[in-house]
Design a protein around this ligand. Sequence first.
Ligand SMILES: *Cc1c(COP(=O)(O)O)cnc(C)c1O
Length: 342
Amino acid sequence: MTVSLDWENLGFSYMKLPYRYLATYKDGKWQEGGLTEDATLHLSESSPALHYGQQAFEGLKAYRTKDGSIQLFRPDQNAERLQRTADRLLMPQVPTDMFVEACKAVARANSDYVPPYGTGGTLYLRPLLIGVGDIIGVKPADEYIFTIFAMPVGNYFKGGLAPTNFLIQDQYDRAAPHGTGAAKVGGNYAASLLPGQYAKKQGFSDVIYLDPATHTKIEEVGSANFFGITKNNEFVTPISPSILPSITKYSLLYLADHRLGMKAIEREVLVDDLAEFVEAGACGTAAVISPIGGVQHGDDFHVFYSETEVGPVTRKLYEELTGIQFGDIEAPEGWIVKVDEN
Ligand SMILES: *Cc1c(COP(=O)(O)O)cnc(C)c1O
C-alpha cells in the first residue's frame, strides 16, 4: 500500500485516481480501448448525451480480501444490465468480456487505492456510456465513449448498521409506466433530484417512490431497491417494469432462499399493506443494505422493526452478503471475479 488515506472515514466522494479506462465506438465498431491518465472527457458540444440524455451508467465495487487480494462482485451482471440499458436508448452494447476486463484493469491499475480489508472501504467503479459527436437532431449518436473511473469509498454505516426514515409521497414519480425506469440512465436521477431534496429537508434519508400508474404500490428508493421481511420469514421485494433491477436485490433474493432458508418472493407490495412487514430495508451497491426504520405516508408514520435498531433478519442478510463480497464466506458459483495483480 503506497498511499495513505483515512480509510476508516472515506465518504462517497469523487477522487481523481491515477488511471481510468476509455474506449470509443465509431464506424460501427468499438476501437481498441485502454487505460489513460487523462481524467477529462473530450467531446463535441452537440453530443446527444448532453442534450437528449443518451447516456447510461453502472456502479460496482472492488473488494480487498483478508489475504490482500482484490475481487469484483458479479461484474457480468453489470455488463448485461448495461447492455439492456443500451438497447433501450439505441446505444451500442459493450460486450461482457470487454466490460469485465476493463473493470479488472481499472482496479488493478489503481490497486493502491483499494481500501485495506477490515476498514469496510471498497473501490467503487463507475462505468459510463455516452453518445457523442456532431449531431443536433433528435436521433441516436454515431459515436460513443465508454469509460470507467474509480474512487475509494467508505463503509456506508460508520457506527454500524443504523436504520433511517424514508418519505413516501404522491407528488412526483421518478419514472413513467413504460418509460426508462428499468434502465440505468441519468435522466431518472435528474427527475429524482427535486423530490429527493424535499425529503431531505424534511429530515428523511430519501423518497420511496410509488408505481407511477396508480400510486398504490411501492416501487423503490431513488437509488436502491426496497425489500420487506414478513412475520412468516418471507423476503419480499416489489415487482414492476419501472423498477431498476438491482443486482444487490437479486443477490439477496438468492441468499434469502438458498442460505437463510427463507421464502424469497417478488410480487406487488401495496402501500396500504406495510403492516405485513416486521423489517424493511433499501439495497444497492452503494448503500449495500440500508435498514428502513420508519416511513411517512401522508399523515401516517409506520415503523417496521425499530427506528434505532436493525432487525435480526436484515442483519443476517447484511452479514451473508458482505461476507461473500469480502471473501470471508463462500460465494455461489460465478459471483466472484478475482483481479490478479502484477
Ligand atoms: C443502480 C440502482 C439501484 C441499485 O442497483 P445495484 O445493482 O444493486 O447497485 C437501484 N435503483 C436505482 C434507480 C439504481 O440506479
